[in-house]
Write a protein that binds this ligand. Sequence first.
Ligand SMILES: Cc1cc2nc3c(=O)[nH]c(=O)nc-3n(C[C@H](O)[C@H](O)[C@H](O)COP(=O)(O)OP(=O)(O)OC[C@H]3O[C@@H](n4cnc5c(N)ncnc54)[C@H](O)[C@@H]3O)c2cc1C
Ligand SMILES: Cc1cc2nc3c(=O)[nH]c(=O)nc-3n(C[C@H](O)[C@H](O)[C@H](O)COP(=O)(O)O)c2cc1C
Ligand code: FES
Length: 543
Amino acid sequence: MDFFGKRLSGPFTIPSGIVTTATSIIQHFFDEVPEVGVMTTKSIGPDPRQGNREPILSQYAPGNFVNAVGLTNPGMSASAALLATLTIPEDRFLLTSIFGGSLEEYVAVAKCLAPFSDGLELNLSCPHAKGFGMAMGQDPELVFEIIKAVKAAVDIPVIPKLTPNTDRFGDIVRAACDAGADALCAVNTVGPGYTSAYGHPILSNGAGGMSGKGILPIALKCVREIRAVCELPIIGCGGVSSSHDVLAMQDAGASIIGVGSALTGMTTTDIKDYFKVLASPEPSVANTAESKIRYDLDMAFKPVTLIENQTVCDDIVLLTFAEDFQIKPGEFVFLWVPGVGEKPFSVLCDKPLQLVAINVGEFTESLMGLEPGHETYLRGPYGQAVAPLTQQKVIAVAGGTGLAAVYQIARDNPGSQVFTGARTAERLYYLNECRDIASVHVATDDGTAGFSGRVTELLEEYLKTLPSAELKDLVFYNCGPEPMVHAAVAVQNRYAQPHQIFSAIDYLTKCGVGICGACATPDGQRLCVDGPFLNPPKTASTP
Ligand SMILES: Cc1cc2nc3c(=O)[nH]c(=O)nc-3n(C[C@H](O)[C@H](O)[C@H](O)COP(=O)(O)OP(=O)(O)OC[C@H]3O[C@@H](n4cnc5c(N)ncnc54)[C@H](O)[C@@H]3O)c2cc1C
Ligand SMILES: Cc1cc2nc3c(=O)[nH]c(=O)nc-3n(C[C@H](O)[C@H](O)[C@H](O)COP(=O)(O)O)c2cc1C
Ligand code: FES
């Protein structure tokens, strides 16, 4: 199909802020998901914004979500530099979503990003980020002024994205058309709405925008209203997941169909398969797309009872809970402390549940002195469990709290070797437990315990002694600070093939279910659904 001079490879988009929020993911989808012909970026504003602290996403019923990401973005200048790195195929359309706090800001962002974009989507409709978007998007005069000013400033298509949260939707559509909009996108999230668990708001922002299956009827109503008053192309999104929904959107008047929340919980491979099926011209195939939606996704918090908070050293604690927790090696959880937030953790041990935390910021600081009995909850498990082949011998390489990610892998695979490193002896923990289940090799930078030097140097000393017949049956699991993981991979590459090496690097992980894209790896995977252990190790420094 044609869209503003481009013959698109496919009729779908993923709406702004969902999955394709980092350039590495965008490029991966350009290269591998032709059904997504229009690539919509995360909304970009004039200045960098960290957005809200986690929780940023809550599921209130299967397939239905409330989010308050808070317009996280690196700002227009950094975004321009990132977008400039993209190779946009001829048959894809890069739609850059922008927002501002004033007319002047919309124009400034538009001018900055237009040279790197095929079109601009104006986010006039974010229901939870105060001062941005929706307030302006609810006022037909302001909508008119913003679109007119942006149109005058750039010479690429300008596509306002409209909020459904207004009783003046028709007036707003007319204002957008009169101002010269080239197409329209509808809808943004509905609400704001509110979710709670155990008497506490789940989102750190309190309220957020509602998306997913339940908002489809509202989206269809809005798209119909647009089509009733104008002939402009429409990008229709909101609650689409099945081939039936796609037909309903097309029937309402949309030519590009956005599928967003329906992708929650899917790995990158799942998403590729899903779009392939959804785009099939064969109805009997397309109709199976809905069966791929992760309605089984569990985002509910389960109460856990902290019974011991053991200080390892100034900035590391070992948390022991009363409960056992069913989790496979390699998977991870979110720990939620109401009023403080939630953050991802590996499970050091499942029986009883034990976590280890290192103090790097607000949430982990709060764990340092967390009293036994304090209210805490877990959600998960998430991520892909690891599965060494039966003949493979595990070599686990851990730095700092990375031991939490590899202890269970070693425990469940007899004959494993655990290499654990720390700056000083006082930062080591869980050694006796490790010695009970594996051969343990300890390194400290200052020589206060075990080998004096880096754990990766100790690893190389060990690998040197192995005959090649043994080397080919090794499988490596690395977890720790990024420089340690890179150093471990560099050593392992000298003795083994890339398919034997798996690494988990703690990229910033916010939703944990694949939707926000915060955990993008340099090669466009999402750590929380595709990892955390990824093979081959995807790092900025490895080709
Ligand atoms: C799958 C997974 C498993 C993890 N397991 C453990 C574990 O077992 N034990 C443990 O102590 N930690 C673990 N982490 C890391 C832990 O989640 C972060 O340290 C924690 O989220 C920091 O939160 P905070 O509020 O204390 O810091 P914040 O206030 O959020 O951040 C402090 C500073 O660190 C930066 N930052 C925060 N998180 C990250 C990150 N992941 N990557 C890069 N920079 C970041 C921030 O930008 C900020 O500059 C894991 C992370 C992942 C993704
Ligand atoms: C986690 C999340 C982040 C979002 N971020 C943005 C954003 O930055 N800009 C925007 O215009 N819409 C944003 N949206 C709204 C979506 O683009 C889309 O309009 C909405 O979710 C409805 O589609 P869906 O039901 O298919 O998800 C976000 C939605 C979610 C769930
Ligand atoms: S996609 Fe949100 S943290 Fe991975």
